[in-house]
Design a protein around this ligand. Structure first.
Ligand SMILES: O=P(O)(O)O[C@@H]1[C@@H](OP(=O)(O)O)[C@H](OP(=O)(O)O)[C@H](O)[C@H](OP(=O)(O)O)[C@H]1OP(=O)(O)O
Ligand SMILES: Nc1ncnc2c1ncn2[C@@H]1O[C@H](COP(=O)(O)OP(=O)(O)OP(=O)(O)O)[C@@H](O)[C@H]1O
Length: 491
C-alpha cells in the first residue's frame, strides 16, 4: 500500500462496530480500521495525530504481545498502525457516509488524525488458497460472547450461576429497544462442544443474527441484522446465495427443502471449523478440554434438559472455541469481585500517581504486561500487584471478540456430489483491543442493570417453549453423515 498515493475510490465501506469503522480495498485483501468518536466527545475528536497513532499502536502491541500468546499465533492478526493523507481520509469519510446504518451514526469517523489500523481482510481467504476457485470464499462472522457461568464466591445473586449473561442481557436489550426480538442463541451451547447443542446455537444465530452473526461472500456482506429489525430474515434468499457451495448444480431439490439442506450443510462445515484441532495430525485423536461441571449449561437455553445434561461436554484442546473459552475463564472473580480491586487500584493511584506508569495501567502492552497478567498471585494477598494483575486480566478476557471462519469448496466439479466434501478454510479472531481500564465501573453498573432487569421480567412467569422443533433437535439435524474434510490455510 503506497500511503502517498491513496485514492478513496479504491476503498469501500465494509462494516463498523461501536468504536471503529472498517473500509476494504476493492482489489487487495486489506482493510483499514478507523477510529470513531461520539459527536459529543470533544476531547477525543481532537486527539492529535501522535495521540491517535499511539492509541492504535497500543492496539497493535496488545494483539501481538498479549492476545497472540493467549489465543494462539494462527488466530490473531495484529496489523500495523498507519498514517494516511488527511485529504484521503476526509474524502473517504464523505464517500462511506451514505452506506452507514443509521443506528451507528451517533458516532463519526475520525477525520482529524489521519491514523488507522491496516489489517488483512479476514473475510477473504489468502489468494494462494483461492487459486483456481470458481466461487468467491464464504466468511461467517460470529460474536460468541461469554461462554461460561461464573463460579466466583463474589457473585451475590444465585441466578448468575444458572443463567448466562448473554441470555439475561437479551431481556434488557429488548426493553431498551436495542433489538425487537429475543435471540434464542445461548453462548454456552456454542461453547459446549456437544454437536447437537452447537448445531442449535448456530441455527439460532442464523434466525436472529442481531450483532452476533454475519455472512460475507467474496468480502461482501450478504447476511446480517439490518437496521429495520422488524423484518424477519429471509432464509430462502440466504440459501440461494449458498446453494452453489453445497448442492450440485443439477440438483432437483428446490424451495424450502433446498434451503433446509443448504443451511444444514453450512452449519456442519462451520461446526467442523470451530472444532478443528489445529496442531494435531489428523490421524491422532485430538486431546480434549473437559468443561467444568455446573458451568456449562444455562437454564435460559431453550434446549431440552436431557440434551443439556446428558451430552458430551468437551472441546478439542486446540480448537478456536477452546482457546477463546480458556482465555475468558481467566476471569475467576466476575465483575462483582473485580470492582473492589479496581477501587483498590484507584485509591493507590490517588496516593501515588507516579505508580501509574510502573503498573502499566495504560500500557505499554509488552511482554512484561503479559507477565503481570499471567503471574498474578492466585489468592488475594492484599497487594496492589494482585489488584492490578486481576484488573488487567479482566481486560484481556472481555467478551466482545469476533470470530471469522472463511472457507471455500475445494472440489471443482459440483456436478458429482462426493461422499465427503472438501473445503479449505481459515479461522481468525477480531476486535481484540484492550478495554479501557476505567470502563470497569461502567461494566459493574451494567451487570447490576442486566441482572435486575432479568429478575423483574422473568420471575413472575415461566418461559414457555412454543416451538416443538426447537426442543427436539432430532427433527432438525439433517442426514447423519461423515464430517466434511477441512484443509487449513493460514491467512
Ligand atoms: O458490554 P456488552 O456485553 O454490552 O458488550 C458491548 C457490545 O454490546 P453487545 O452486548 O454485544 O450488544 C458492543 O457491541 P455493539 O456496539 O452493541 O454492536 C461493543 O462490542 C462493546 O465493545 P466496545 O466497548 O465498543 O469495545 C461491548 O462492550 P464491552 O463489554 O466489550 O466493553
Ligand atoms: N480485519 C478485518 N477483516 C475483515 N473485516 C473486518 C476486519 N476487522 C473488522 N472487520 C469488520 O468490521 C466490523 C467492525 O469491526 P470491529 O468489530 O473491529 O469494530 P468495533 O467498533 O471495534 O466493534 P465493537 O462494537 O465490538 O466495539 C466487524 O464486524 C467486521 O465485519
Amino acid at each position: 500500500m503506497e500511503l502517498d498515493k491513496m485514492d478513496e475510490n479504491d476503498w469501500k465501506y465494509h462494516g463498523e462496530g461501536n468504536k471503529s469503522l472498517v473500509v476494504s480495498h476493492v482489489q487487495h485483501a486489506r482493510v483499514l480500521r478507523l477510529l470513531k468518536y461520539s459527536t459529543e466527545d470533544d476531547e477525543n475528536s481532537h486527539k492529535t495525530t501522535e495521540q491517535a497513532f499511539r492509541h492504535i499502536q497500543n492496539i497493535v502491541d496488545y494483539s501481538k504481545n498479549v492476545m497472540k500468546p493467549l489465543l494462539g499465533e494462527k488466530f490473531v492478526h495484529n496489523g500495523e498502525a498507519v498514517k494516511l493523507p488527511i485529504d484521503f481520509v476526509r474524502q473517504l469519510s464523505l464517500k462511506v457516509q451514505r452506506e452507514r446504518p443509521e443506528s451507528r451514526c451517533d458516532k463519526v469517523m475520525d477525520t482529524f488524525s489521519g491514523c488507522a489500523l491496516c489489517l488483512p481482510n479476514l473475510t477473504q481467504l489468502s489468494s494462494c488458497c483461492c487459486f483456481g476457485q470458481h466461487r468467491p470464499p464464504l466468511c461467517i462472522e460470529i460474536k460468541p460472547k461469554c461462554g461460561f457461568l461464573p463460579s466466583s464466591r463474589h457473585v451475590t445473586k444465585e441466578i448468575k450461576s444458572k443463567v448466562c449473561r448473554f441470555c439475561m442481557h437479551q431481556h434488557f436489550k429488548l426493553a431498551s429497544g436495542k433489538w425487537k426480538r429475543l435471540s434464542r442463541y445461548c453462548p454456552l451451547d456454542l461453547f459446549s462442544g456437544n454437536k447437537q447443542r452447537m448445531y442449535l446455537a448456530i441455527k439460532h444465530l442464523i434466525e436472529e443474527p442481531q450483532n452476533n452473526f454475519k455472512i460475507f461472500k467474496g468480502g461482501e456482506c450478504i447476511y446480517s441484522c439490518k437496521d429495520d429489525a422488524d423484518v424477519l430474515q429471509d432464509l430462502d434468499e440466504l440459501a440461494q446465495h449458498l446453494r452453489p457451495y453445497f448442492l450440485p448444480s443439477g440438483s432437483l431439490i428446490n424451495g424450502h427443502q433446498a434451503s433446509k439442506v443448504v443451511l444444514n450443510e453450512l452449519i456442519q462445515v462451520l461446526m467442523s471449523a470451530l472444532l478443528s484441532s489445529w496442531d494435531c495430525p489428523r490421524t491422532v485423536e485430538p486431546r480434549k478440554t473437559h468443561l467444568p461441571e455446573g458451568r456449562v449449561t444455562c437454564e435460559a437455553s431453550i434446549l431440552h434438559r436431557d440434551l443439556l445434561w446428558n451430552g458430551n461436554h468437551c472441546l478439542p484442546k486446540d480448537c478456536v472455541l477452546a482457546k477463546i473459552l480458556g482465555t475468558q475463564m481467566h476471569d475467576n472473580l466476575d465483575i462483582e469481585g473485580l470492582n473492589p480491586l479496581f477501587r483498590r487500584v484507584e485509591q493507590h493511584l490517588q496516593d501515588f500517581p507516579k505508580e501509574r506508569s510502573r503498573l502499566q495501567i495504560d500500557g505499554p502492552y509488552d511482554e512484561s504486561f503479559l507477565e503481570k497478567v499471567q503471574n498474578c498471585p492466585a489468592e488475594d494477598d492484599g497487594s496492589i500487584e494482585y489488584a492490578v494483575g486481576k484488573v488487567s486480566c479482566l481486560r484481556t478476557t472481555w467478551f466482545s471478540w469476533t470470530l471469522c471462519v472463511v472457507f471455500n469448496r475445494l472440489d471443482q466439479n459440483l456436478e458429482i456430489q462426493p461422499a465427503k466434501p472438501r473445503f479449505s478454510y481459515s479461522v481468525s479472531i477480531l476486535d481484540l483491543d484492550p478495554k479501557p481500564y476505567d470502563s470497569i465501573p461502567h461494566q459493574s453498573r451494567l451487570d447490576a442493570k442486566i441482572l435486575n432487569y432479568y429478575l423483574r421480567s422473568t420471575q413472575p412467569n415461566h418461559q414457555e417453549v412454543d416451538n416443538l422443533e426447537l426442543t427436539n433437535p432430532g427433527l432438525f439435524l439433517g442426514r447423519d453423515r461423515e464430517d466434511c474434510t477441512l484443509v487449513f490455510h493460514p491467512v
